[in-house]
Design a protein around this ligand. Structure first.
Ligand code: ZN
Length: 354
């Protein structure tokens, strides 16, 4: 079902952006991975009035966390008004004596160097087992002092915990093409192939339990908090946890998929939770990638998302098999999605001043 403004009053008062406004309106892409000293993509974003938040993360095929820290602090120096970053830490040595102190010292140093938050990744819950052979889950009490420290410093924890629900399905049953492609190339994270690993439900429960234990910590659930398949499920968590927001990184296709049959429901979700959602893509760049292609792809992604959020056009996306209408969100909601919520959920005065 497609939305029309619900009454004449909304019709008269609501103001909308157009495609021509894209370059003019201030924006932040709140989830990218800038693993290079080359400033071309950041400068290109800047020329489109967009700031980038880069996330350091302990992905095996990425440069080391130390190298990522060098890249991101370098980028921050080069473009302090259009770049910000989030630091990360290693979980592998969680059982070593002194892990808590060492980890907190590392995060504190990153904050001193300008990081506006810290990230935990799906290797918690999907990779590391302790000596007893149990997976280290995010509600593990051994992680509590680190989260307490982040909250005390008034920083934000960003968490990519669990995976899309599709990860527990065979590839041919997955709903969107980007998940099919990712899990085909990453069988190690395709949980349908690893029934002995913690279930989807278990991942979500341990994340929710961690949030229950840390009500004072701001938490951004990356990738729609791994509840991308249902706006109702995301809404339920946003209602339950006032200090939770979600980023859209690499999961907008799931909302487009839901918009095929439930357009109004997806639009209502954005209206109702307009203070809790951050625009984000998961665009990556490193030194092995041809920068011209990265730049062109980034522009295509940004402009197609803009079309989805600001217009009511019938459109298609490479990840989704059917057509859907844009959400036609009012300017007020778009501004929150693209800038205000970034400032609110990663509050640091000098972080990205467009
Ligand atoms: Zn990411």
């Amino acid at each position: 079902m497609r939305n029309q403004p619900s009454n004449d009053r909304e019709m008269k008062e609501a103001v909308f952006y157009t495609m021509d406004d894209f370059a003019r309106i201030r924006k932040v892409d709140a989830h990218t991975h800038i693993n290079t000293h080359n400033t071309r993509l950041v400068n290109f974003a800047k020329s489109n009035n967009m700031g980038l938040l880069s996330i350091n993360v302990d992905v095996p095929e990425y440069p080391s966390l130390e190298q990522q820290q060098e890249f991101t602090t370098g980028q921050l120096k080069a473009n302090p008004e259009h770049f910000a970053y989030i630091a990360s830490f290693r979980i592998q040595d969680v059982e070593e004596p002194g892990w808590v102190e060492k980890t907190i010292a590392g995060i504190e140093e990153a904050f001193t160097r300008g990081a506006i938050g810290a990230k935990v990744w799906k290797n918690i819950g999907m990779e590391y087992k302790d000596k007893t052979g149990d997976f280290v889950m995010v509600d593990d009490p051994r992680l509590d002092p680190v989260f307490d420290f982040i909250a005390r410093k008034n920083k934000t924890l960003l968490g990519h915990l669990g995976e899309p629900k599709n990860c527990w399905l065979p590839v041919e049953e997955m709903t969107v093409a980007n998940d099919k492609e990712y899990f085909t190339h990453h069988p190690e994270y395709h949980m349908y192939l690893h029934p002995e690993y913690p279930s989807y439900q278990k991942q979500i429960e341990s994340r929710d339990h961690m949030l229950e234990k840390h009500p004072d910590m701001r938490f951004v659930g990356a990738h729609l908090a791994s509840l991308e398949w249902s706006v109702d499920e995301i809404a339920e968590r946003l209602d339950r946890f006032p200090n939770l927001a979600v980023d859209l990184a690499e999961r907008i296709s799931h909302l487009q998929y839901q918009a095929v049959n439930d357009h109004d429901k997806v639009r209502d979700f954005f209206i109702k939770y307009q203070d809790r959602i951050l625009y984000a893509t998961d665009i990556c760049v490193d030194d092995a990638m041809p920068l011209e292609t990265v730049e062109a792809n980034a522009y295509t992604i940004w402009i197609n998302h803009w079309k989805f959020f600001v217009t009511d056009e019938l459109m298609e996306a490479p990840e989704v098999s059917d057509k859907f209408h844009g959400l036609h969100l009012p300017t007020e909601v778009i501004d929150k999605l693209y800038t205000t919520n970034f400032k609110k959920w990663y509050p640091q005065q000098d972080a990205i001043n467009l």
